[in-house]
Design a protein around this ligand. Structure first.
Ligand code: SF4
Length: 317
């Protein structure tokens, strides 16, 4: 796998009331060219912060992000602005992410204006092309305002806006979690189509493992700012190695009324990132925790080909 994006020891911290909140703590990951990497974890585990730190929308406290040979953490100003054309973000709430006072044509064209494309006719042609690609009728939607559309249509408009500069890398931050279940599959299929059409590499962030499985080549599981497990999608579902991954898998509902919910679901709330547990951060909720887990931070290590786990007592090795 040739890495398009490489993250090394990425750390994002916030100072809150004299304490340090460690939202992302020493995360290292690679995303291969043309790959979809799913990033999954409970709300507040730091996955969206990680996505924003990759795009340098939130500058990391420490660590390195390298995209296609350029260290993003080492550039700013015009160099960063040029690089942003190649990296885009699709937001969780499509309606809130669109300016309610601007028509769809202007919203989708805005990145072209920022990128310095002055020719109005060229902008209009590219807006038409990308709106058509995401399944919207450009003649009908261009002059209308966002409130005239459903959530699914607004997400199509958001995707069009993200793709109009023909980026190489797109972070999809919970792109279907705010949508009705009935249209989630449509948007996931659209993202797959767009990936093929534009040759995209995707970082797909979600809290729902079932959604991530549908689109990802590999999956990274995050807990309280740290990576627990990274593995090919099929391997992670078949033989999870980290106890947290296994519990997340057990929590996926089965569409069969005769199947009883698993008794072994993840219990309790995650600890505060202002005061994470010593050693393994998952130990206060882990059924396999022992004294070593409290004293020694588990390192992410490869236990099977392509399967990495940060656990002293993995479920498989
Ligand atoms: S290191 Fe210990 S506490 Fe952490 S997941 Fe593994 S067994 Fe559980």
């Amino acid at each position: 796998m040739t890495a398009l994006l490489s993250i090394e020891n990425l750390t994002v911290e916030y100072a809150i009331g004299g304490k340090t909140l460690s939202a992302v703590s020493g995360v290292s990951l690679q995303v291969g060219r043309g790959e979809t990497l799913g990033l999954v974890g409970e709300s507040g585990c730091g996955k969206s912060t990680l996505g924003r730190a990759v795009l340098q929308l939130r500058r990391p406290t420490a660590g390195k992000v390298t995209f296609d040979g350029t260290e993003l953490t080492g550039i700013d100003g015009e160099a960063m602005r040029r690089m942003r054309r190649r990296l885009q973000l699709i937001f969780q709430d499509p309606i809130a992410s669109l300016n309610p006072r601007r028509c769809v044509g202007d919203i989708v064209a805005e990145p072209l204006i920022i990128a310095g494309i002055k020719d109005k006719a060229e902008r209009a042609a590219r807006v038409r092309e990308v709106l058509t690609a995401v399944g919207l009728d450009a003649d009908l939607v261009t002059g209308r305002l966002p409130h005239e559309f459903s959530g699914g249509q607004c997400q199509r408009i958001s995707i069009a806006r993200a793709l109009i500069l023909e980026p190489q890398f797109v972070i999809c931050d919970e792109p279907v979690s705010a949508l009705d279940v009935s249209i989630r599959a449509q948007i996931l299929n659209l993202l797959e189509d767009m990936k093929r059409r534009y040759g995209l590499t995707l970082l797909f962030i979600a809290h729902d493992l079932a959604v991530v499985k549908a689109v990802s080549d590999r999956i990274a599981v995050m807990y309280l700012g740290k990576l627990c497990e990274v593995a090919p999608s099929e391997q992670l579902f078949r033989r999870p190695a980290h106890p947290y991954t296994a519990l997340l898998l057990e929590a996926i509902p089965v569409p069969d009324p005769t199947v009883r919910p698993a008794a072994n679901l993840v219990v309790g709330e995650p600890p505060s990132p202002l005061d994470p547990p010593s050693g393994c951060r998952f130990r206060t909720r882990c059924p396999r925790a022992d004294a070593r887990c409290a004293s020694e931070v588990p390192k992410l290590r490869e236990i099977n080909a392509g399967q990495f786990v940060a656990c002293h007592h993995p479920l498989t090795n």
